[in-house]
Design a protein around this ligand. Structure first.
Ligand SMILES: Cc1cc2nc3c(=O)[nH]c(=O)nc-3n(C[C@H](O)[C@H](O)[C@H](O)COP(=O)(O)OP(=O)(O)OC[C@H]3O[C@@H](n4cnc5c(N)ncnc54)[C@H](O)[C@@H]3O)c2cc1C
Length: 309
């Protein structure tokens, strides 16, 4: 943000029910089961579109005020970036858990469908496991290569965090595709629970649900119902979009990586290998952590140049 953006270069904290704060809430939840108790698939989610309609904010609740003090404006972008950065790093921890749930469901449904030993099913499940492991590894490594900030908090390495978060975002729909692929269409066409308990068609419904003879039809029903929750429900749609955009779209991670990666030093490797340069200092990108502080420095230099012009 530059001087012209000062109206929005503000940051503060107030309670959600403060005067003038409008919370336009949108709940999403799984369908409840009448006959099968299931404690885990009962979670809900509320997303909120927040409007500050002429809200009075007392001074002691303001962290940043570029409106009154232009010297604070450059920190607005830095603060937003720090939030996104920590959020992207937390994603490298929480997103692999979602991938593991999807991988677990994919492995179970492959068994129940009698295809778990086929090479394509193993290949697809290994892709889910591999994605979870790589995203987690990027998060762990970015923590290992973190930098202590003056306040004492550790700031994760930006290249590793963004590389992990981008992989998670790019893979999310592919992961759901694999789960839907191995499950078959039944996850979207499964009759309502009542049909399986109806006097008229209940027995028939259970009979024709049967596939792998070693698995009880009741468990087959539970498995497909569970995957319906994970992949075809309202929350599933929300989790997919959150997996893509939460903390910043993959394009944002690309922008962060390309903005901070030492590309010129990287080019020196080829210059040395191709005989364009005769000397090369040992190159190890993660030796020096890259954090949003560098972005602030770059921004300051640009603003200084602008002032001189
Ligand atoms: C379920 C869910 C929960 C969320 N929870 C929170 C939360 O708790 N707190 C919070 O602060 N936010 C939250 N978010 C918001 C999230 O951080 C944003 O959705 C995300 O950063 C993407 O921004 P956007 O929605 O404005 O999309 P946009 O940034 O407008 O993206 C739309 C398209 O424009 C492209 N684009 C945008 N800018 C550029 C550019 N400069 N150059 C090239 N292409 C560009 C993107 O790549 C994308 O293709 C949540 C989002 C979801 C979906």
């Amino acid at each position: 943000m530059g001087p012209e953006d000062k109206d929005y270069a503000v940051s503060f904290a107030i309670p959600g029910d403060w005067d003038g704060v409008k919370l336009l809430s949108r709940p999403a939840y799984f369908k409840k089961s009448k006959h099968f108790e299931n404690k885990t698939l009962t979670m809900g989610d509320v997303e909120t579109f927040i409007i500050f309609d002429d809200v009075f904010v007392p001074k002691e609740r303001v962290f940043l005020n570029g409106f009154d003090d232009p010297r604070q404006t450059p920190y607005a972008g830095f603060l937003a970036l720090m939030f996104a950065h920590y959020h992207r790093h937390s994603y490298t921890g929480c997103k692999p858990a979602i991938s593991e749930i999807l991988a677990s469901a994919a492995a179970l449904v492959a068994e129940y469908n009698g295809i778990e030993r086929t090479s394509h099913a193993r290949d697809k499940i290994s892709h889910l496991i591999g994605t979870a492991e790589l995203v987690f590894a990027a998060g762990e490594s970015s923590a290992l290569h973190s930098e202590k900030s003056p306040s004492g908090t550790q700031v994760p390495d930006e290249i590793l965090t963004n590389a992990g978060r981008r992989l998670a975002g790019e893979e999310i729909y592919n992961e759901y595709k694999i789960l839907a692929d191995l499950s078959g269409g039944l996850i979207a066409t499964l009759p309502y629970e009542g049909s399986f308990f109806s006097e008229e068609v209940g027995e028939l419904a259970m009979k024709y649900l049967k596939r792998n003879p070693r698995v009880k039809p009741e468990n087959i029903y539970k498995c497909f119902k569970g995957i319906e929750c994970l992949a075809v429900s309202e929350i599933a749609g929300l989790l997919q979009v959150a997996g893509l955009h939460g903390g910043g779209s993959p394009q944002m991670e690309t922008i962060a990586m390309m903005g901070r990666y030492p590309i010129e030093k990287l080019k020196n490797i080829s210059k040395y290998l191709f005989g364009i340069k005769s000397n090369l200092r040992r190159y190890e990108r993660s030796e020096t952590p890259v954090t949003p502080r560098e972005m602030l420095e770059k921004f300051r230099k640009v603003m200084e140049k602008k002032k001189k012009i």
